[in-house]
Design a protein around this ligand. Structure first.
Ligand code: ADP
Length: 358
Protein backbone atom coordinates (compact mmCIF):
# COMPACT_ATOMS: atom_id res chain seq x y z
CA UNK A 1 0.00 0.00 0.00
CA UNK A 2 1.31 3.46 -0.85
CA UNK A 3 2.58 5.64 2.00
CA UNK A 4 -0.02 7.83 3.68
CA UNK A 5 0.11 11.44 4.84
CA UNK A 6 1.12 10.58 8.39
CA UNK A 7 3.97 8.27 7.38
CA UNK A 8 5.33 10.84 4.96
CA UNK A 9 5.15 13.60 7.56
CA UNK A 10 7.14 11.40 9.96
CA UNK A 11 9.78 10.80 7.29
CA UNK A 12 10.13 14.53 6.68
CA UNK A 13 11.47 14.84 10.23
CA UNK A 14 14.79 13.62 8.83
CA UNK A 15 15.27 16.99 7.15
CA UNK A 16 16.81 19.82 9.14
CA UNK A 17 17.58 23.13 7.41
CA UNK A 18 21.21 24.34 7.61
CA UNK A 19 21.97 26.06 10.95
CA UNK A 20 18.57 25.08 12.42
CA UNK A 21 18.26 23.12 15.64
CA UNK A 22 15.06 21.32 14.67
CA UNK A 23 13.65 19.50 11.67
CA UNK A 24 11.25 21.06 9.16
CA UNK A 25 8.16 19.45 10.73
CA UNK A 26 8.99 20.56 14.28
CA UNK A 27 9.75 24.06 12.98
CA UNK A 28 6.22 24.20 11.54
CA UNK A 29 7.51 24.69 8.00
CA UNK A 30 5.49 21.80 6.58
CA UNK A 31 2.19 23.49 5.90
CA UNK A 32 0.42 20.53 4.32
CA UNK A 33 1.01 16.98 3.07
CA UNK A 34 -1.35 15.15 0.75
CA UNK A 35 -0.83 11.57 -0.47
CA UNK A 36 -3.00 9.40 -2.68
CA UNK A 37 -2.05 6.29 -4.67
CA UNK A 38 1.63 7.13 -4.86
CA UNK A 39 1.08 10.76 -5.74
CA UNK A 40 2.46 13.04 -3.03
CA UNK A 41 2.15 16.81 -2.62
CA UNK A 42 3.99 18.72 0.11
CA UNK A 43 3.48 22.42 0.82
CA UNK A 44 6.32 24.19 2.60
CA UNK A 45 5.75 27.63 4.15
CA UNK A 46 9.11 29.35 4.50
CA UNK A 47 9.76 32.70 6.18
CA UNK A 48 11.03 35.34 3.76
CA UNK A 49 14.60 35.07 5.07
CA UNK A 50 14.66 31.29 4.40
CA UNK A 51 13.36 31.47 0.82
CA UNK A 52 16.91 30.88 -0.51
CA UNK A 53 16.65 27.30 0.82
CA UNK A 54 13.62 26.65 -1.37
CA UNK A 55 15.30 24.48 -4.02
CA UNK A 56 17.59 22.55 -1.68
CA UNK A 57 14.72 21.66 0.69
CA UNK A 58 12.41 20.71 -2.19
CA UNK A 59 15.06 18.33 -3.52
CA UNK A 60 15.62 16.77 -0.10
CA UNK A 61 11.88 16.27 0.38
CA UNK A 62 11.60 14.50 -2.95
CA UNK A 63 14.56 12.21 -2.11
CA UNK A 64 13.17 11.33 1.33
CA UNK A 65 9.69 10.56 -0.02
CA UNK A 66 10.97 8.43 -2.92
CA UNK A 67 13.50 6.71 -0.64
CA UNK A 68 10.79 5.77 1.85
CA UNK A 69 8.33 4.47 -0.72
CA UNK A 70 9.93 3.41 -4.03
CA UNK A 71 6.45 3.03 -5.53
CA UNK A 72 5.86 6.76 -5.35
CA UNK A 73 4.84 7.91 -8.82
CA UNK A 74 5.02 11.65 -8.39
CA UNK A 75 6.26 14.14 -5.77
CA UNK A 76 5.31 17.82 -5.96
CA UNK A 77 6.77 20.35 -3.52
CA UNK A 78 5.02 23.69 -3.42
CA UNK A 79 6.87 26.43 -1.53
CA UNK A 80 5.00 29.47 -0.29
CA UNK A 81 6.18 32.41 1.77
CA UNK A 82 4.92 32.21 5.36
CA UNK A 83 3.02 35.24 6.59
CA UNK A 84 5.18 37.39 8.85
CA UNK A 85 3.73 37.35 12.36
CA UNK A 86 2.16 40.68 13.38
CA UNK A 87 1.96 42.20 16.89
CA UNK A 88 -1.68 41.08 16.93
CA UNK A 89 -0.75 37.40 16.58
CA UNK A 90 1.08 37.69 19.87
CA UNK A 91 -1.87 39.41 21.60
CA UNK A 92 -4.39 36.83 20.34
CA UNK A 93 -2.46 34.10 22.12
CA UNK A 94 -2.22 35.84 25.48
CA UNK A 95 -5.48 37.89 25.55
CA UNK A 96 -5.38 39.49 29.02
CA UNK A 97 -9.03 40.72 28.77
CA UNK A 98 -11.00 37.55 27.94
CA UNK A 99 -14.24 39.02 29.32
CA UNK A 100 -14.36 41.69 26.63
CA UNK A 101 -16.03 40.53 23.43
CA UNK A 102 -14.91 43.27 21.02
CA UNK A 103 -12.07 45.75 21.42
CA UNK A 104 -12.29 48.55 18.88
CA UNK A 105 -9.68 51.25 18.38
CA UNK A 106 -10.71 54.68 17.16
CA UNK A 107 -7.85 56.30 15.27
CA UNK A 108 -7.19 59.27 13.01
CA UNK A 109 -4.32 60.41 10.84
CA UNK A 110 -4.10 63.72 12.68
CA UNK A 111 -5.53 65.69 15.58
CA UNK A 112 -8.58 67.89 15.54
CA UNK A 113 -10.74 65.78 13.21
CA UNK A 114 -13.14 64.87 16.04
CA UNK A 115 -11.65 61.49 16.91
CA UNK A 116 -12.35 61.69 20.66
CA UNK A 117 -15.84 63.06 20.02
CA UNK A 118 -16.55 60.13 17.71
CA UNK A 119 -15.11 57.62 20.23
CA UNK A 120 -17.32 58.97 23.02
CA UNK A 121 -20.45 59.00 20.88
CA UNK A 122 -19.72 55.52 19.55
CA UNK A 123 -19.43 54.21 23.11
CA UNK A 124 -22.59 55.98 24.28
CA UNK A 125 -24.51 55.00 21.12
CA UNK A 126 -23.62 51.33 21.49
CA UNK A 127 -24.77 51.53 25.12
CA UNK A 128 -28.05 53.10 23.91
CA UNK A 129 -28.42 49.98 21.75
CA UNK A 130 -28.23 47.85 24.90
CA UNK A 131 -24.59 46.81 24.67
CA UNK A 132 -22.31 46.88 27.71
CA UNK A 133 -19.53 49.29 26.83
CA UNK A 134 -16.20 50.45 28.21
CA UNK A 135 -14.29 53.49 26.97
CA UNK A 136 -10.54 53.77 27.39
CA UNK A 137 -8.96 57.16 26.81
CA UNK A 138 -5.74 56.01 25.19
CA UNK A 139 -4.93 59.53 24.03
CA UNK A 140 -2.19 59.59 26.66
CA UNK A 141 -0.60 62.79 25.33
CA UNK A 142 -3.81 64.79 25.20
CA UNK A 143 -6.59 63.10 27.16
CA UNK A 144 -9.91 64.86 26.61
CA UNK A 145 -12.37 62.48 28.28
CA UNK A 146 -12.47 64.47 31.52
CA UNK A 147 -14.23 67.23 29.60
CA UNK A 148 -16.13 65.13 27.07
CA UNK A 149 -17.61 62.92 29.81
CA UNK A 150 -17.94 65.66 32.43
CA UNK A 151 -15.67 63.93 34.95
CA UNK A 152 -14.34 67.11 36.59
CA UNK A 153 -16.08 66.42 39.89
CA UNK A 154 -15.40 62.65 39.91
CA UNK A 155 -12.42 61.16 41.76
CA UNK A 156 -10.50 58.07 40.74
CA UNK A 157 -11.05 55.10 43.06
CA UNK A 158 -10.12 51.46 43.34
CA UNK A 159 -7.88 49.04 45.19
CA UNK A 160 -4.08 48.87 45.00
CA UNK A 161 -4.51 46.34 42.17
CA UNK A 162 -7.46 47.59 40.17
CA UNK A 163 -8.90 50.94 39.17
CA UNK A 164 -12.65 51.32 39.23
CA UNK A 165 -13.94 52.74 35.93
CA UNK A 166 -16.21 55.80 36.00
CA UNK A 167 -19.81 54.72 35.50
CA UNK A 168 -21.20 57.60 33.49
CA UNK A 169 -23.68 58.04 30.62
CA UNK A 170 -24.38 54.29 30.58
CA UNK A 171 -20.73 53.33 29.97
CA UNK A 172 -17.62 52.48 32.02
CA UNK A 173 -14.82 54.90 31.28
CA UNK A 174 -11.18 55.33 32.25
CA UNK A 175 -8.84 58.20 31.43
CA UNK A 176 -5.29 59.13 32.37
CA UNK A 177 -6.69 62.65 32.75
CA UNK A 178 -8.11 61.69 36.17
CA UNK A 179 -4.90 60.02 37.37
CA UNK A 180 -2.17 62.56 36.61
CA UNK A 181 -2.17 66.31 36.33
CA UNK A 182 -3.47 67.11 32.85
CA UNK A 183 -0.39 69.05 31.69
CA UNK A 184 1.97 66.24 32.81
CA UNK A 185 0.58 63.72 30.34
CA UNK A 186 1.59 65.87 27.40
CA UNK A 187 5.33 65.67 28.02
CA UNK A 188 5.56 61.90 28.39
CA UNK A 189 8.12 60.09 26.30
CA UNK A 190 7.58 56.74 24.57
CA UNK A 191 8.33 54.20 27.35
CA UNK A 192 6.34 56.14 29.97
CA UNK A 193 3.36 56.49 27.68
CA UNK A 194 3.61 52.78 26.93
CA UNK A 195 3.59 51.92 30.65
CA UNK A 196 0.75 54.28 31.48
CA UNK A 197 -1.41 53.00 28.65
CA UNK A 198 -0.72 49.39 29.61
CA UNK A 199 -1.74 50.05 33.19
CA UNK A 200 -4.90 51.90 32.22
CA UNK A 201 -5.97 49.08 29.92
CA UNK A 202 -5.10 46.11 32.11
CA UNK A 203 -5.59 47.42 35.64
CA UNK A 204 -9.07 48.81 35.17
CA UNK A 205 -11.83 46.59 36.48
CA UNK A 206 -13.82 46.50 33.24
CA UNK A 207 -15.90 43.44 34.15
CA UNK A 208 -17.80 41.77 31.30
CA UNK A 209 -18.12 43.97 28.22
CA UNK A 210 -19.56 43.67 24.75
CA UNK A 211 -17.30 46.51 23.63
CA UNK A 212 -14.19 48.27 24.80
CA UNK A 213 -13.70 51.38 22.70
CA UNK A 214 -10.14 52.72 22.75
CA UNK A 215 -9.52 56.34 21.77
CA UNK A 216 -5.97 56.38 20.38
CA UNK A 217 -3.66 59.38 20.05
CA UNK A 218 -3.70 60.84 16.52
CA UNK A 219 -1.11 59.67 14.02
CA UNK A 220 1.11 56.65 13.97
CA UNK A 221 3.00 56.57 17.27
CA UNK A 222 3.95 54.03 19.92
CA UNK A 223 0.56 53.70 21.67
CA UNK A 224 -1.05 51.85 18.72
CA UNK A 225 1.91 49.45 18.72
CA UNK A 226 1.56 48.84 22.46
CA UNK A 227 -2.17 48.26 22.02
CA UNK A 228 -1.61 45.84 19.14
CA UNK A 229 0.94 43.82 21.12
CA UNK A 230 -1.22 43.73 24.22
CA UNK A 231 -4.86 43.21 23.26
CA UNK A 232 -6.57 41.30 20.47
CA UNK A 233 -8.70 43.79 18.56
CA UNK A 234 -11.82 43.20 16.54
CA UNK A 235 -10.74 46.16 14.41
CA UNK A 236 -10.19 49.87 14.05
CA UNK A 237 -12.46 52.73 13.05
CA UNK A 238 -10.77 55.59 11.19
CA UNK A 239 -12.10 59.12 11.66
CA UNK A 240 -11.49 61.50 8.79
CA UNK A 241 -12.76 64.89 7.66
CA UNK A 242 -13.64 65.36 3.99
CA UNK A 243 -10.67 67.52 2.95
CA UNK A 244 -8.02 65.99 0.71
CA UNK A 245 -5.23 67.01 3.11
CA UNK A 246 -6.90 65.03 5.90
CA UNK A 247 -7.24 61.96 3.73
CA UNK A 248 -3.50 61.56 3.13
CA UNK A 249 -2.99 61.26 6.89
CA UNK A 250 -5.91 58.90 7.22
CA UNK A 251 -4.46 56.61 4.55
CA UNK A 252 -1.25 56.43 6.59
CA UNK A 253 -3.28 55.47 9.68
CA UNK A 254 -5.05 52.72 7.72
CA UNK A 255 -1.68 51.34 6.56
CA UNK A 256 -0.36 51.44 10.12
CA UNK A 257 -3.28 49.38 11.44
CA UNK A 258 -2.81 46.88 8.63
CA UNK A 259 0.88 46.50 9.47
CA UNK A 260 0.01 45.91 13.10
CA UNK A 261 -2.35 43.11 12.03
CA UNK A 262 -5.45 45.10 13.04
CA UNK A 263 -8.27 44.99 10.50
CA UNK A 264 -9.91 48.31 9.66
CA UNK A 265 -13.69 48.06 10.13
CA UNK A 266 -14.27 51.21 8.13
CA UNK A 267 -14.07 54.98 7.85
CA UNK A 268 -16.37 57.59 9.39
CA UNK A 269 -16.51 61.03 7.79
CA UNK A 270 -16.77 63.67 10.50
CA UNK A 271 -17.70 67.31 9.92
CA UNK A 272 -19.08 65.99 6.66
CA UNK A 273 -21.60 68.78 6.02
CA UNK A 274 -23.48 71.57 7.80
CA UNK A 275 -27.21 72.17 8.02
CA UNK A 276 -28.00 75.87 8.15
CA UNK A 277 -30.93 77.56 9.87
CA UNK A 278 -32.57 77.56 6.45
CA UNK A 279 -32.58 73.73 6.62
CA UNK A 280 -30.22 73.48 3.64
CA UNK A 281 -27.11 71.29 3.59
CA UNK A 282 -23.79 73.10 3.09
CA UNK A 283 -20.73 71.04 2.16
CA UNK A 284 -18.19 73.26 3.86
CA UNK A 285 -15.25 70.85 3.62
CA UNK A 286 -16.52 69.04 0.54
CA UNK A 287 -18.82 66.24 1.68
CA UNK A 288 -17.86 62.81 0.41
CA UNK A 289 -14.06 63.23 0.46
CA UNK A 290 -13.59 60.56 3.11
CA UNK A 291 -16.23 58.41 1.42
CA UNK A 292 -14.18 58.57 -1.78
CA UNK A 293 -11.05 57.58 0.13
CA UNK A 294 -12.86 54.65 1.77
CA UNK A 295 -13.94 53.48 -1.66
CA UNK A 296 -10.40 53.67 -3.02
CA UNK A 297 -9.10 51.65 -0.07
CA UNK A 298 -12.05 49.24 -0.42
CA UNK A 299 -13.20 50.00 3.11
CA UNK A 300 -16.80 50.47 4.24
CA UNK A 301 -18.04 53.99 4.96
CA UNK A 302 -19.53 53.65 8.43
CA UNK A 303 -21.19 57.04 8.62
CA UNK A 304 -21.19 60.73 7.75
CA UNK A 305 -21.57 63.01 10.75
CA UNK A 306 -22.56 66.65 10.24
CA UNK A 307 -20.87 69.72 11.68
CA UNK A 308 -23.25 70.38 14.50
CA UNK A 309 -23.25 73.06 17.18
CA UNK A 310 -25.06 70.84 19.69
CA UNK A 311 -22.46 68.09 19.25
CA UNK A 312 -19.71 70.57 20.11
CA UNK A 313 -21.68 72.11 22.99
CA UNK A 314 -22.64 68.73 24.48
CA UNK A 315 -18.96 67.72 24.20
CA UNK A 316 -17.83 70.83 26.06
CA UNK A 317 -20.52 70.29 28.70
CA UNK A 318 -19.69 66.57 29.13
CA UNK A 319 -23.22 65.45 28.23
CA UNK A 320 -22.92 63.07 25.26
CA UNK A 321 -26.32 61.43 25.81
CA UNK A 322 -28.06 64.61 24.78
CA UNK A 323 -26.85 64.00 21.22
CA UNK A 324 -29.07 60.94 21.10
CA UNK A 325 -32.04 62.34 22.99
CA UNK A 326 -32.84 65.13 20.55
CA UNK A 327 -34.15 62.70 17.91
CA UNK A 328 -32.88 65.02 15.15
CA UNK A 329 -30.71 64.36 12.10
CA UNK A 330 -27.55 64.30 14.25
CA UNK A 331 -29.05 61.59 16.49
CA UNK A 332 -30.06 59.63 13.41
CA UNK A 333 -26.62 59.88 11.80
CA UNK A 334 -24.92 58.90 15.05
CA UNK A 335 -27.13 55.83 15.45
CA UNK A 336 -26.57 54.83 11.80
CA UNK A 337 -22.83 55.00 12.47
CA UNK A 338 -23.07 52.99 15.73
CA UNK A 339 -25.22 50.32 14.08
CA UNK A 340 -22.73 50.04 11.21
CA UNK A 341 -19.88 49.50 13.66
CA UNK A 342 -21.94 46.94 15.61
CA UNK A 343 -22.66 45.04 12.39
CA UNK A 344 -19.08 45.15 11.14
CA UNK A 345 -17.77 44.05 14.54
CA UNK A 346 -20.08 41.03 14.51
CA UNK A 347 -18.86 40.10 11.01
CA UNK A 348 -15.21 40.63 11.90
CA UNK A 349 -15.69 38.70 15.16
CA UNK A 350 -17.08 35.74 13.22
CA UNK A 351 -14.10 35.84 10.91
CA UNK A 352 -11.51 35.80 13.73
CA UNK A 353 -9.42 32.65 13.83
CA UNK A 354 -10.41 30.47 16.78
CA UNK A 355 -8.44 27.69 18.36
CA UNK A 356 -10.13 24.33 17.98
CA UNK A 357 -8.91 21.66 20.34
CA UNK A 358 -9.51 18.11 19.22
P1 ADP B 1 -9.63 65.06 18.13
O1 ADP B 1 -9.86 63.98 19.14
O2 ADP B 1 -9.58 64.53 16.72
O3 ADP B 1 -8.47 65.94 18.43
P2 ADP B 1 -12.01 66.27 19.26
O4 ADP B 1 -12.98 65.17 19.30
O5 ADP B 1 -11.33 66.67 20.52
O6 ADP B 1 -10.92 66.01 18.12
O7 ADP B 1 -12.75 67.50 18.59
C1 ADP B 1 -12.15 68.78 18.43
C2 ADP B 1 -13.21 69.84 18.56
O8 ADP B 1 -14.12 69.75 17.47
C3 ADP B 1 -14.07 69.71 19.81
O9 ADP B 1 -14.35 70.97 20.29
C4 ADP B 1 -15.33 69.03 19.34
O10 ADP B 1 -16.45 69.36 20.12
C5 ADP B 1 -15.46 69.59 17.95
N1 ADP B 1 -16.15 68.70 17.03
C6 ADP B 1 -15.81 67.44 16.69
N2 ADP B 1 -16.67 66.94 15.78
C7 ADP B 1 -17.59 67.90 15.56
C8 ADP B 1 -18.76 68.00 14.73
N3 ADP B 1 -19.12 67.00 13.94
N4 ADP B 1 -19.47 69.15 14.79
C9 ADP B 1 -19.08 70.17 15.57
N5 ADP B 1 -18.01 70.15 16.36
C10 ADP B 1 -17.27 69.03 16.36
Amino acid sequence: MAADKQQITEQLRQITPPNASEDIVSLGLVDNVAACDGIVAVRLALPAEAMSLKDALSEQIEQVVRGFDPETRQVTVNVIQAATPTPQDEARETNPLPNVKHIIAVGAGKGGVGKSTVAVNLAVGLAEMGRSVGLLDGDIYGPSMTTLLGLQEHSAAGTSQLLRPFNVHGIRAMTIGKLVEPDKALVWRGPMAHGAFRQLALQTDWGELDYLIVDLPPGTGDVPLTLAQMLPLTGAVIVCTPQVVAQDDAVRAVKMFEQLGIGVLGVVENMSYFIGDDGKEYDIFGKGGAAEMAKTLELPLLGQLPINTALRANGDAGRPRRNFEAGDQLAEELMTFCRAVDERAAQAGDAQPTLSIS
